[in-house]
Design a protein around this ligand. Structure first.
Ligand SMILES: C[S@@+](CC[C@H](N)C(=O)[O-])C[C@H]1O[C@@H](n2cnc3c(N)ncnc32)[C@H](O)[C@@H]1O
Length: 225
């Protein structure tokens, strides 16, 4: 596995990690957003599901609790945040495979998953790493598998434009605000790619995206005729 020496922790600074969950609950439409993302994914019993950049495991746990017959994996680069995810999983009495690793070099074989989620992780990655993570998501998805992303996106109204302008150099959010994520997904091979909905938050618009890995190359060729 490629060594990931530098990364942006869940709440920007390591010493804030333990406040991540309470702050998300208080200041972010976390439950609505994550519930909508899971509902859109139509996970079926027996499917294999990966949550990249799972952080404290809130979404990972929600996926498992909503779909107990799915096998759920969570991956994050940060051991500190994974400890919180492990504790929450144990307390909930659920079985989730939690693993440390990098989003840009996923420790899974090709075509391992039916669904891949990435919630609020892409804005932690440089442009190059965003593109690499999306290529990795494509690689580990089975043909016909689907990617579900929640992340900062292009603002849809003037208030969100103003907030986005103020936070545009925060972490690696700039490309998100410019609306480049769907294009990066298409470049990674996904088709079709779409924005499903978006939420107004205190830090700007958060969009939910859906992207499919075609069943085979012919699917793509036929649709492009
Ligand atoms: C804002 S948190 C989101 C956590 C969770 N997905 C959620 O929706 O609450 C971003 C997470 O991405 C993780 N992360 C950052 N860079 C990463 C990388 N290169 N590989 C894997 N995880 C990474 C951080 O450790 C952090 O837990």
């Amino acid at each position: 596995m490629k060594k990931q020496s530098r990364y942006i922790p869940a709440f920007h600074f390591h010493w804030l990690t333990r406040w991540y969950d309470p702050m998300m609950r208080l200041f972010f439409p976390e439950e609505a957003l994550k519930t909508a993302l899971i509902a859109q994914a139509h996970i079926q019993p027996g499917q294999d599901v990966l949550d990249i950049g799972c952080g404290t495991g809130t979404l990972t746990l929600m996926i498992k609790q909503t779909h107990p017959n799915a096998t759920v994996y969570g991956l994050d680069v940060d051991p500190q945040v994974l400890d919180i995810a492990r504790r929450k999983t144990e307390q909930a009495g659920e079985t989730i495979v939690l693993q440390q690793g990098s989003a840009t070099c996923l420790p899974y074989s090709d075509q391992s998953f039916d669904r891949v989620f990435a919630s609020l992780v892409l804005h932690h990655l440089t442009r190059q790493d965003k593109q690499q993570m999306l290529r990795e998501a494509f690689r580990v998805l089975k043909p016909g598998g689907e990617l579900y992303v929640a992340d900062f996106g292009k603002p849809h109204d003037s208030l969100m434009w103003l907030i986005s302008w103020l936070v545009r150099w925060f972490e690696e959010v700039h490309d998100n605000i410019l609306g480049l994520l769907p294009g990066f997904m298409a470049d990674a091979g996904f088709h079709p790619v779409g924005e499903m909905t978006c939420y107004r938050t205190l830090l700007g618009s958060v969009a939910l995206y859906h992207a499919c890995k075609p069943m085979c190359h012919e699917d793509l060729a036929e649709e492009n005729v």
